[in-house]
Ligand binder design. Sequence first.
Ligand code: FMN
Length: 396
Amino acid sequence: MAKNLEIADLKRIAQRRVPKMFFDYADSGAWTESTYRANEEDFAKIQLRQRVAVDMAERTLESTMVGQPVSMPVALAPTGLTGMQHADGEMLAAQAAEDFGVPFTLSTMSICSIEDVASVTKKPFWFQLYVMRDRDFINNLIDRAKAAKCSALVLTLDLQILGQRHKDIRNGLSAPPKITPSFLWQMMTRPQWCMGMLKTKRRGFGNIIGHVKGVESMASLGVWTAEQFDPRLSWSDVAWIKERWGGKLIIKGILDVEDAKIAAATGADAIIVSNHGGRQLDGAPSSISVLAEIVDAVGDKIEVLFDGGIRSGQDVLKALAIGAKGTFIGRAFLYGLGAGGKAGVTEALEIIRKELDITMALCGERDVKVLDRNNLYKSGLETKPRMAQVKKKKTG
Ligand SMILES: Cc1cc2nc3c(=O)[nH]c(=O)nc-3n(C[C@H](O)[C@H](O)[C@H](O)COP(=O)(O)O)c2cc1C
């Protein structure tokens, strides 16, 4: 792969190499995609505070996320169908993350199974859980994650029903893909992707097929999720899942202060401020625009992590400065994977590391752990007055 300078370079290559159905699956949001766009656009409104003539030598990006050491506070987010961006995608991305020293989170809806990923990694990875109606299956999934020595469970709460994504419906998204004339054309023009897929046996939902009663294949993501996912999921479910799991628990999909307070009261170890990358409730605010108020409300009670719209190390720095302890990237690593497999994921992480490191230095900081709102010049977001309000309340 030629040297790429930014995540957008990897995205362009991925678009050429990955069949349209799967590239679009990554590059899409719900309905009008307004929240998907806002996730990225709102980062650009935040300005950084430049400092000069301060010692910028010997910088460190090392930190911890839920008590686990990380070479930089950027984990790979759980993403479904990752093995369709590139053959054996979850296994390759997990290996890249392991070599880099950052957490990899395997989705329930992955192509490679928990056991597949465990077989090619040495360090523990994280597992993301969707709650389905079949509780035996969920218990079994939790036990499989424990047996694979996963070191954190990420419980996603913002997808009890599936947000409508027009591109997926128009493309007839399914895994394995249906062989239509248009898909055949995609295959002919993407020979590397095809070769990889022909060589692997992993083309269906590895965690599910053969484990959920009556599920042998997935006709359509929408129909399948409507049948299997539990629309009655409630906060009381968090308690039994926490107990069954017994390890570090991260609650994903918090976008509201009230929900953040309830999540903090469950005794979970962390929350992820997230709107699922703009793929669920279109019209919801961007993740970065609500981060400050959530940190102010619960940051002293629970670790606050963040995802949504991160395309550069500068975005990571902004989220950390506002108060996130760590961040996750979804599409940024998927584009790397689609562009160049394991090497592409490593390249995505390297791009972000370099941007984070240089930005931190130019802000006059040497340690990623001490970044705070003093490193921001203007947030440019509406959260500023509300932040002030919350602070005022606290100080009486
Ligand atoms: C293609 C794709 C698939 C996803 N699948 C899942 C999933 O299976 N489980 C989950 O909790 N989140 C899933 N997400 C959401 C991500 O974990 C994360 O919240 C989001 O990607 C962050 O936004 P970003 O892509 O702008 O970094 C998915 C996101 C994408 C882009």
